[in-house]
Design a binder for this molecule. Structure first.
Ligand code: FRU
Length: 478
């Protein structure tokens, strides 16, 4: 996405760092983490700006979430790696910043891994080393004037609490344009690290390294309509033991599915759209999730959200579990919120086997601002089935088999005559998952303060509500 430091006309990175340090915006005196538009179960920084999730790695019971952060301002700038940890992907604790700008540049996006076999040689004591692989964005600060964008590493021997930058940085010099956003994974069969890197335009590349320090280029890959923040990982095809595919995603989440032998990635077709909402960007998945868990967990930056008067700016999407399934259109990624969300559930309002008729509102009187809604319905002869969430409609249009929300739409065909929806409503976002994650729509919104109502109505005919559960969600910050 176009950032203030990019000049599309010149294709150059321009100096955008402002010396001005902007203080936190007023939040109307509300208690921290309880402000009007503060997400209650999505990560947002205590104060100031964030964009991409970075360095997502799991180690010894902690999910680390680093994030592109401006520690000094409510808008983008002074890129630094902020840091938060969570025991469960739901409750986050923000820690001191991890990587700060230096003479090579400000700290742009990247990844982190656990160096289990000490391939880098950084390990000194018993604790395994965490290695962060990031872009030093040269020429984006007075200190890095004239430097290009390069790829660098830093390591931590204390479970991510403190970081040392490698003294021979960069480990990968400038290749092309604003090359950036290294995402690294261990490829066990070839005993090599593999890096996916964004080069420029729609160009990406894969590299390999035995030690995270010396990198050789394997391949260049063009991804139509894609740029920035690649991720590259294996996914099992559900229900087909032994069938593992490799997935390459770009910042917008679009993905290619193919095979990788440690040297070469092969795939067929154009990138596939993963999410149909307006605010799904800079996707990244966790590294080093234990095999006993086996999940591939993805978080995106909900870019484009507005948070007037808040001390923070921007939020992350709720972590989702990715599954690869055969469909009539080929292999597709299914995204669903991680099960840990259940920890926040209060007592549900429940309905079963009920006919919904025009003029009725199944959710009459339901009020609140944070909910998980699970619904299964048979559209019957209704034209529309609509959830209205604090005044914002999420509609299933029966004739066109379309889901619409906040100006976006996605095709969603009933399966065995039924449509299922899972909706996460937070104070400034709505995420909708249809038919077990076959489609998802990640969206930010700004609800009117006075409207905390939920409604479920049908138009044009009757539909059958097979089941409905509406869980009020507790705040993850309390
Ligand atoms: C994506 C991105 C990355 C870059 C970072 C800078 O949103 O533009 O390509 O590393 O943000 O903050």
């Amino acid at each position: 996405m176009l950032q203030p430091w990019m000049s599309p006309a010149l294709g150059l990175v321009v100096l955008a760092l402002t010396a001005a340090v902007v203080g936190a915006a007023p939040s109307g005196g509300a208690e921290l983490y309880n402000e009007l538009y503060r997400p209650q179960f999505h990560f947002s920084p205590q104060k100031n700006w964030t964009n991409d999730p970075n360095g997502m790695v799991y180690y010894k019971g902690e999910y680390h979430l680093f994030f592109q952060h401006n520690p000094f301002g409510i808008d983008w700038g002074n890129m630094t790696w902020g840091h938060a940890v969570s025991p469960d992907l739901v409750h986050w604790k923000q820690l001191p910043n991890a990587l700060e700008p230096d003479r090579l540049g400000t700290m742009f996006s990247g990844s982190a891994v656990v160096d289990w076999d000490n391939t880098s040689g950084f390990q000194t004591g018993k604790e395994k080393t965490l290695v962060a692989i990031y872009t030093a964005a040269g020429d984006t600060s007075p200190e890095s004037k004239g430097q290009p964008f390069t790829q660098c590493i830093a390591y931590s021997s204390d479970r991510g609490r403190t970081w040392t930058k490698y003294d021979k940085n960069p480990v990968l010099g400038h290749i092309l344009g604003g090359n950036r956003d290294p995402k690294v994974i261990w490829h066990a069969p070839s005993r090599c690290w593999v890096m996916a890197l964004f080069l420029d335009g729609n160009e990406f590349a894969l590299f390999s390294s035995p030690d995270l320090k010396a990198w050789k280029q394997l391949q260049r890959i063009t991804m139509k309509d894609c740029g920035e923040c690649p991720d590259f990982f294996p996914l099992h095809v559900e229900g087909e033991p032994g069938n593992t595919k490799w997935v390459l995603t770009a910042a917008n989440g679009h993905y290619l599915v193919g095979d990788f032998d440690g040297e070469h990635f092969t795939w067929q077709g154009d990138p596939i759209v993963a999410d149909h909402g307006a605010n799904y960007y800079a996707v990244q998945t966790y590294s080093d999730i234990p095999a006993s868990d086996g999940r591939r967990i993805q978080i995106s930056w909900m870019n484009g959200g507005k948070y007037p008067g808040m001390p923070f700016n921007q939020q992350m999407s709720f972590p989702c579990d990715l599954k690869l399934r055969q469909t009539s259109e080929g292999l597709r990624i299914f995204r669903t919120p991680v099960k840990e969300l259940k920890k926040l559930r209060g007592a549900p309002f429940e309905w079963k086997d009920r006919t919904m008729k025009p003029g009725e509102d199944v959710l009459t009187g339901t009020q609140g601002d944070t909910f998980e809604i699970l619904a299964t319905f048979e559209p019957g002869d209704a034209e529309k089935v609509t959830f209205s969430l604090r005044g914002t409609p999420v509609t299933y249009q029966v004739k066109d088999a379309k889901l619409t929300a906040l100006g976006r739409e996605a095709e969603l065909k009933p399966e065995k005559g039924r449509v299922t929806l899972q909706i996460l409503l937070d104070r400034s976002s709505i995420e909708v998952f249809g038919n077990g994650g076959r489609v998802s729509m990640t969206s930010c919104f700004l609800p009117p303060k006075a409207d905390r109502s939920l409604h479920l109505t049908v138009e044009g005919g009757s539909a059958k509500l097979v089941s409905l559960q509406v869980y009020p969600l507790k705040s993850a910050w309390k």
